[in-house]
Design a protein around this ligand. Structure first.
Ligand code: SAM
Ligand code: ZN
Length: 339
């Protein structure tokens, strides 16, 4: 738990293997004093510590050091620009960011810590978090960037138990090998009642090349976050977007070119607009992307509750569409959100 308003988040960094507190070396590095990783300090690349247990990570130590912790896949350029333009704005994330900030505003207590998992780039709609002056926003990713404070693997988050107030994880869970373990890590580092926002694809084709592993239905996504009471959940993009994506990937497959696939389907971007006219049930059953906003509970969802969720998500989806995100409370969920 965070106890004082003066505690620095850096003081709650722990070893990714044994989770003991890290000690500072004379030259400003960080080192474990406890386990087999203790023999040398953690590497520092471009001024950022690399807090990774390489023996148990998708990251390779030599490759990270040789590339100065660059992204394993190429980013930016025309692809990123075009993808942002074609995918349009995220209508849910900005509202959740505002709702999260409102719930974290605790006058007289500590500055809230928001941890962005996979924060190598600012997620669509997350801008308000980065602009907020009264929180500590901490970002990490498996590569170093302007928006990361350290390099780490989400399978072993180098933070002490209960040291974080909220986690933002957008378009990341499909890219980790063991999403259950990553969510367990999120549960561990969050304080009781801590918040999570996840934005995750459902009917979204493979992206990020070799680093794309899993998809979820709405109920599967809810089960992944079973240690959280739901505040809001639903589609972040619907069947119109899913159709556009399918056509884009079809065009790419036929022309054997991702660039052509993007360009040929540019005239069809209006398909995205159909999302807002789709009925909630059908929309959830065929969404391109899903979101979950919840708070950590000690009364996890059970299997009966999971089955009930299929119907319970309809009012949640309706509330999310009407913009009434922060007020939603669902019968049958494990506990009441704080605030
Ligand atoms: C599709 S990008 C999304 C980036 C950003 N969150 C956004 O919404 O634009 C997926 C991100 O997950 C990161 N990632 C993949 N595996 C990871 C892991 N094991 N731990 C932390 N981040 C990871 C990638 O490096 C990449 O930055
Ligand atoms: Zn250790």
């Amino acid at each position: 738990m965070i106890e004082t308003s003066s505690s620095r988040w850096q003081d709650d960094l722990v070893c990714p293997r044994c989770r003991t507190s890290l000690r500072h070396t004379p030259d400003g590095g960080l080192q474990c004093g406890n386990c087999a990783l203790a023999s040398v300090p953690f590497p520092v690349v471009g001024g950022k510590p690399v807090l990774v247990d390489f023996s148990n990570s998708i990251l390779d130590r030599d490759a990270v050091l040789a590339s100065a912790a660059a992204s394993p896949i190429r980013r930016g350029g025309w692809r990123a620009l075009l993808t942002r333009a074609v995918n349009g704005t995220n209508r849910i994330a900005p509202r959740i960011a505002q709702a999260m900030l409102a719930r974290l505003a605790m006058p007289g207590t500590h500055r809230a810590r928001v941890l962005v998992v996979g924060g190598g780039a600012i997620g669509a709609g997350a801008e308000a978090l980065y602009a907020a002056a009264d929180i500590d926003l901490i970002g990490f990713d498996i590569y170093a960037s302007q928006t990361t404070d350290f390099v780490a693997d989400a399978h072993a988050i180098p933070f002490a138990d209960g040291s974080i107030d909220a986690v933002w994880i957008q378009a990341v869970l499909e890219h980790v090998a063991d999403p259950g373990r990553v969510v367990a890590e999120i549960v561990r580092v969050l304080r009781p009642g801590g918040l999570v926002f996840a934005d995750t694809p459902f009917l979204w084709p493979v992206h990020e090349q070799a680093y794309d592993f899993t998809r979820w239905s709405p109920s599967g996504h809810r089960w992944l976050f079973r240690d959280f009471a739901v505040i809001a959940a639903g589609t972040s993009s619907g069947p119109g977007t899913a159709s556009l994506l399918a056509l884009r990937y079809l065009a790419a497959a036929l022309t054997r070119s991702n660039k052509l696939g993007q360009l040929l389907t540019l005239p069809l971007v209006w398909l995205r607009l159909l999302d807002r006219w789709c009925a909630p049930r059908r929309s959830l059953d065929a969404a391109a992307g899903l979101f979950f906003f919840g708070c950590k509970t000690d009364r996890p969802l059970d299997l009966k509750g999971l089955v009930r969720f299929y119907d319970e998500q309809l009012p949640l989806e309706a509330a999310a569409r009407s913009g009434n995100i922060a007020q939603t409370k669902v019968e049958g969920t494990a506990s009441t959100p704080p605030g």
